[in-house]
Design a protein around this ligand. Structure first.
Ligand code: SF4
Ligand SMILES: [Zn+2]
Length: 287
């Protein structure tokens, strides 16, 4: 997938995201469905290198600026990315000015710095903060202490590695009428810890656990208007690029008359970061 992304200094980058298949993540966050794209044994050595090679061979035209390697797990977990593959992966990234990988805060450490030194571009690590709501965070089963998150962000900054953060909208156990406010607070928390980019991800049903929590009244899938509210309020954070994750956005409930226009507006905001009036709709009143 290739898309355009804004960086904090205003540059618009072309970013190539490569979805790699390897070992399942050992954390079992309640909202996560990424296990659907993983295998139930350690990633065989050489597998990721071959996958990446095959994607890069299909690239035509000018090379994108950034390569995002998303393996539906933690890049610095030996089971997910065998250490012996790191030099070959690093050399495959040579034509990119920047590389993004994803990792739980707990698996950020010396291996991260070693990989940053192996690649010729600048490393960015994407970390899930999800929410700072204390009760909801404890229920996510993510096993993430905020102190550990803070430590990881300091470690990245001290080693010249950029930080991207994932924050959720519609977290189970957060009351629906407080949902947007907690998302904005969580984004602010990431901004204060030096995140270059924060992506707001609406929690999606579909993994079974979310449906169970919905039946119990602990989860309601967020509406498109809540995603708009959250992003509009986060445009105030000038030092950080805040975007709305629009993967599967069609699943969010919205007025059918203006849904397409609202999604198009969010796509523009993601790239420009410049506030725009909400879509005016004669059917729903733009609510
Ligand atoms: S740490 Fe990330 S990949 Fe692993 S279960 Fe949690 S959300 Fe999913
Ligand atoms: Zn409408």
């Amino acid at each position: 997938m290739i898309d355009e992304e804004r960086r904090p200094e205003g540059k618009i980058e072309r970013a190539l995201t490569v979805f790699l298949t390897g070992a399942e993540c050992p954390f079992t966050c309640s909202f996560c469905d990424l296990w659907r794209w993983t295998i139930d044994r350690p990633t065989p050595p050489g597998a990721l290198t071959r996958q990446l090679e095959s994607v890069l061979q299909t690239l035509a035209g000018p090379a994108p600026d950034r390569l995002k390697l998303y393996n539906a797990s933690n890049f610095f977990d030996q089971r997910a990315v065998p250490s012996e593959d790191l030099p070959a992966i690093a050399s495959l990234t040579a034509s990119f000015a920047a590389v993004t990988v994803e990792s739980h805060a707990n698996t950020i450490g010396p291996k991260t710095v070693a990989f940053a030194r192996q690649i010729s571009g600048r490393l960015e690590v994407a970390v899930g903060l999800e929410t700072i709501h204390p009760v909801a965070a404890a229920q996510l089963n993510k096993r993430l202490e905020f102190a550990r998150f803070d430590l990881a962000t300091r470690f990245l900054s001290e080693n010249g590695i950029d930080l991207r953060v994932f924050v959720l909208l519609g977290v189970p156990y957060v009351p629906a009428d407080e949902s947007v406010a907690w998302t904005v607070r969580s984004v602010e928390y990431a901004v204060e810890r030096g995140a270059s980019v924060v992506s707001i991800i609406p929690v999606r049903g579909g993994n079974g656990e979310m449906e169970r929590l919905e039946t119990l009244g602990h989860f309601a899938q967020p509406a498109l208007s809540q995603l708009e509210d959250a992003l509009d309020r986060c445009l105030q954070f000038a030092s950080t690029v805040v975007t709305a994750d629009l993967w599967d956005v069609e699943r969010l409930s919205a007025c059918e008359h203006c849904r397409a226009g609202r999604i198009a507006r969010l796509r523009r905001l993601n790239v420009t970061g410049i506030a725009e009036p909400r879509i005016d709709c004669t059917i729903c009143g733009g609510a």
